[in-house]
Ligand binder design. Structure first.
Ligand code: FES
Ligand code: FES
Length: 160
């Protein structure tokens, strides 16, 4: 089956098993290894990507469901030389330790802030409720999102 979709602003075609998981297509077929697998069962949120701007667990999505849709992965947020405000804040506030949950946390937080979500503690914890972290105790992550929410908005750079 041929799947036409958009990944990080670029049009992509996938030919193959329509039930291959989105996470596997991203990592194996498009070398976007920023997306991490934790549980593989829809419980931890480590594999979060944005589908038409909404956070989804890419371990639960067969690639056929991405046909005609827009996917964003953590690679679209920034690059090491030019981190997004959110990435910088995670770095500065200790919001990332082992890093397995971090791409998913970043994308869930980015979707929350982009949608105009509030930056109070409870709103951020609710927005990140589907993303588990075994390392940070969450407080550093919440602080990082609050810091990023106060940062001046810059236009996002699209890249393939
Ligand atoms: S790896 Fe997808 S939710 Fe845990
Ligand atoms: S930083 Fe290790 S699971 Fe969150």
């Amino acid at each position: 089956m041929t799947i036409n979709f958009e990944v990080n602003g670029a049009r992509r075609i996938f030919e193959g098993d329509p039930f291959k998981r989105l996470i596997d297509v991203l990592r194996e077929d498009f070398a976007l290894t920023g997306t991490k697998e934790g549980c593989g069962e829809g419980e931890c949120g480590a594999c979060t990507v944005l589908l038409d701007g909404r956070p989804v667990n890419s371990c639960l999505i067969p690639i056929c469901q991405a046909d005609g849709h827009r996917i964003e992965t953590v690679e679209n947020l920034g690059i090491p030389e030019r981190l997004s405000a959110l990435q910088k804040a995670f770095l500065e506030e200790g919001g990332a330790q082992c890093g397995i949950c971090t791409p998913g946390m970043l994308l869930a937080a980015a979707a929350h802030l982009k949608a105009g979500g509030k930056a109070d503690d409870l709103s951020i914890r609710r927005a990140l409720g589907g993303n588990l972290c075994r390392c940070t105790g969450y407080q550093h992550i919440v602080k990082a999102v609050q810091k990023a929410a106060k940062a001046p908005r810059k236009p996002r750079r699209k890249k393939a």
